[in-house]
Design a protein around this ligand. Structure first.
Ligand code: DX5
Ligand code: ZN
Length: 227
């Protein structure tokens, strides 16, 4: 039985009360905090950095924090996120001049490393670094914004990535990010994902119903995964 993990993207949380939002979504049964870092350079949007990661740790968050860096360059900021309490640090291969070095740097800093693939980025970037990644993150939307629709071609890519992981024999999580909802999470799991980022699918949906409770949506996603 796969150990499925839910990673709410706080991009869709209420930033004015972020600590509380993270506490609530974790109390509802989510596993990982997905932390989207955007620099208005690699992607056309600007979000949060190491200070906010550190603030969540100081607030008392003990769950893994999955820092998804949509920034360029990547190396200078890696130690800052490690210092700020990141668990995973992932980056886009196009954003690093030296992918192997950046992956190694993340591990040297004591974090788990990962590569992120945009919808049109080939998985061949993994060919010589499978032993250096703890997570492979497939984007099922183009990065930069929450609330976009899942790109169906990602399902085939997930199947390819799953095979690469299984063939490698390494312990690597396969994460999916973008347009994940209770309605499609089962199909995405069937294609090989084991870690599910959901922003609007969790925060957006629940806020319309009850601003403090994410139990219903988290339960619905878990029920789908348990099928
Ligand atoms: C997009 C981010 C995602 C985003 C997903 O660049 O990487 O994590 O928050 O949002 P939804 O789940 O709304 O597609
Ligand atoms: Zn993300």
């Amino acid at each position: 039985m796969t150990d499925f993990q839910l990673a709410p993207s706080i991009l869709s949380a209420d930033f004015a009360r972020l600590g509380e939002e993270v506490d609530n979504v974790l109390a509802s049964g989510a596993d990982i905090v997905h932390f989207d870092v955007m620099d208005n350079h690699y992607v056309p949007n600007l979000t949060i950095g190491p200070l906010v990661c550190e603030a969540l740790r100081k607030h008392g968050v003990t769950a893994p924090i999955d820092v998804h860096m949509m920034v360029k360059p990547v190396d200078r900021i890696i130690p800052d996120f490690a210092q700020a309490g990141a668990t995973y640090i992932t980056f886009h291969p196009e954003a690093s001049e030296h992918i192997d070095r950046s992956l190694q740097l993340i591990r040297d800093e004591g974090c788990k490393s990962g590569l992120v693939f945009n919808p049109a980025t080939p998985l061949s970037y993994l060919d010589y670094v499978m032993d250096k990644v703890d997570m492979i993150l497939l984007m099922s939307v183009n990065p930069g914004f929450g609330g976009q629709s899942f790109i169906p071609a990602t399902l085939d890519k997930l199947r390819q990535a799953r095979k690469m992981i299984d063939d490698s024999g390494f312990d690597i999580r396969l994460e999916i990010d973008g347009g994940v909802k209770a309605e499609n999470i089962r199909e995405i799991a069937d294609a090989g994902a084991d870690t599910f980022v959901a922003g609007s699918g969790i925060f957006g949906k629940a806020r319309d119903e009850d601003p403090n409770r994410y139990d219903t949506i988290v339960r619905q996603m878990r029920e789908q995964l348990a099928k």
